[in-house]
Design a protein around this ligand. Sequence first.
Ligand code: C5P
Length: 225
Amino acid sequence: MNTASASLPVITIDGPSASGKGTVAERVATALGFHFLDSGALYRLTALSAMKQGVALDDEAAVAQLAAALPATFRDGAVWLAEENVTDTIRAEAVGEGASKVAALPAVRAALLDRQRAYRQAPGLVADGRDMGTVVFADALAKVFLTASAEARAERRYKQLIEKGNSANLPALVADMQARDARDTARAVAPLKPAADALLLDTTQMDIESAVRAVLSHYQRKQGN
Ligand code: C5P
């Protein structure tokens, strides 16, 4: 990070899976005309890349090498791995599960650090993930930790899957979600936890618009300080 980009405003939105942080972060970025980083997509792409190449998800050195050289691009609202459009593929539960496994490996996290920080460009950035406010952009101007009950999150994921024509099983989704949260929270490096200075936003009973408004007013308050 150079000194010019260090002064650019960053809003971090962290939280567990299916808490709505991706949608909220994207809308906040659009409202402000900021860049948007979906850091989870980078972990998903790393897992997918390993799965495609037959690299074991616990082979730390080999997976880190893939992460460092990831031929990933985000363009036209789609996610690309080299020349392949993997927008839908990376959303599969199996890839999410794989992402959470490779994300526990310190060398993989280190390999993705600079790539994430490079998204800090004018006029500003909204970044969503697990460790945006605690590690990657620890100096962010405004930090938010978005939560919702495991049941509410599983129901949201269930609706998304059904809408896309996939089959889904609600109890299995709740179990998967709890397992993923447990792994993300318990890992030694960059565990899922709110930054000390984060605004906690429980969206169990909140719609997307209200969550977006809450994040924008938190940012405006911080700007005024
Ligand atoms: O946010 P999403 O569900 O796409 O992330 C997939 C997985 O990637 C998470 O379960 C988590 O293990 C990992 N992740 C992470 N740090 C981030 C973003 C995602 O460890 N900043």
